[in-house]
Ligand binder design. Sequence first.
Ligand SMILES: *Cc1c(COP(=O)(O)O)cnc(C)c1O
Length: 368
Amino acid sequence: MPEAQETVLEIDLKSLEHNYKYLRSKLKGETKFLSVVKAAAYGSAPDIVALKLQELGTDYFAVAYVKEGVALRHAGITKPILVLHPQAVNFETLIEHYLEPSIYSFRILNQFLAVLQEKAIDDYPIHIKFNTGLNRIGFGEKDLTEIISIIQGESSLSVVSVFSHLAATEDKNEEKFTRNQITLFEKLSSAFCTSLNLNPLRHILNTSGILNYADAQYDMVRSGIGLYGYGNDSRVDEQLKPIATLKTVISQLHQLSENESVGYNRAFITQKNRVTATLPVGHADGIGRQYGKGKTFVMINGQLAPIIGNVCMDMIMVDVTEIPCKEGDEVILFGPQLSAHKVAKTANTISYELITGISQRVKRIYLP
Ligand SMILES: *Cc1c(COP(=O)(O)O)cnc(C)c1O
């Protein structure tokens, strides 16, 4: 692996391949695999990651917004792309790029129908989203009769899938709730398909769903975090490989004596002689202030160094008193050696937030 000379996010495509194959191995051969590449492929590198997944044989992609789908089309993605949370203002762009909307409310359904009718389009692929308890987006049980009557005989649409999203697949304590969601999905999707005499794909599982509720895989699963190497469970984490490593270098070392302060607002005061290292990465790169003041560690030459004082916009300072190191040495903020899940936990958040928050200022590099 190349030594970092500045802050970089290194993406290992072999690890992506490993994770994809691992997740697929948990499924029946005929189950389709949808790769969730929203939020810049969870903060990694959407183009390169999606192209690799396309080459590996993923059946479908999903993004949150139309803009993200357009970028994938420009990158050369030809597989179908589900847009999970489109807004009507982008429907023309969505259609131009042959992106497939999730239809989650009557408002969005009617707005989409109006655009299709105006353009005299037939059979446009859509995905019907049911709310089974997450209470975020989707049609509820009470809406069933009305959606069926709108879609019945509507030639501008073609329902290619019916889906829902589970609220707590990683939490064994919520197994009963999850099972109820799956039962409700079975009921709603069956009633929908039977009334309309349709046979669309059905899907409800995310990554932790694949690992904990594989019996509910239906025709397709939607995986995000697992592809990037995190499984919301330490046993699963051992089987997966984080694809992204955030690394930087020591810019400068300081020898401080007793009762000196470090950083803005003097948030760290030395009790005795200390050696500190300044690193060229800060909250504008995605390492938020919640990671400062001793909460979180970085890895230098295999040892953990706490982030001291306040995180600055472009820099952090770490205590390296006990660690043999010199200016120019490599520093790991997270990656296979230092799990983003563990780092995130020190600041009471989750790997998803840490990895998706790495800003575009950080250069992405690839290991083929
Ligand atoms: C983000 C998202 C996923 C992916 O979830 P992971 O836990 O990252 O696997 C799946 N489905 C929907 C609707 C999502 O919004």
